[in-house]
Design a protein around this ligand. Structure first.
Ligand SMILES: [Zn+2]
Length: 161
């Protein structure tokens, strides 16, 4: 049995998890890169990079399962960017300031995440985020993401296929 230890403080671990999750996204060309912005992780619409903040990685100490969920979500953004028309993609960071656009984009990434088989990981990520983030940060996140019920519904749909 594999024990899901809280790892937290190493980028090396993150890279290993990343390489493993990436196998489920063979069409995506992506690479991890650290940055110092406030986001925990961010998928660039303009390059192959998925940025992560090392300080936040150490601070929040997400479990391995939750990290698989967040990486799958960021890789799903890459698929979503590919589907976008080029003009929308060009302005995506500006459009992202609008709540309705942000919600559509985040829920699309969550949907792809479930379709690629990371529904449970996504649910655990949400659960841990609720425990670890302060109330304001969590409610901002919650307002644009799929709920546990919506994830369950998508998982059932996937199983029926
Ligand atoms: Zn996202």
């Amino acid at each position: 049995m594999m024990v899901d230890k809280h790892i937290g403080n190493s980028s090396w671990n993150l890279i290993n998890i990343f390489n493993d999750v990436k196998k489920s996204f063979p069409e995506v060309n992506a690479e991890l890169k650290s940055f110092d912005k406030q986001s925990f992780m961010l998928s660039s619409p303009y390059s192959k990079y998925i940025f992560y903040n090392e300080e936040q990685l150490k601070k929040y100490k997400f479990s391995r399962t939750a990290l698989r969920g967040v990486i799958a979500h960021e890789l799903s953004h890459k698929i979503s960017y590919k589907r976008m028309n080029p003009l929308t993609r060009l302005f995506v960071m500006i459009l992202y300031q609008f709540h309705s656009f942000k919600k559509r984009l985040e829920q699309e990434a969550d949907t792809i995440t479930v379709q690629r088989g990371f529904g449970n990981e996504l649910k655990i990520l949400n659960k841990e985020s609720k425990q670890k983030f302060d109330k304001e940060r969590y409610s901002r996140l919650e307002s644009v993401r799929l709920s546990a019920e919506e994830i369950d519904k998508l998982m059932r749909k996937k199983r029926q296929k």
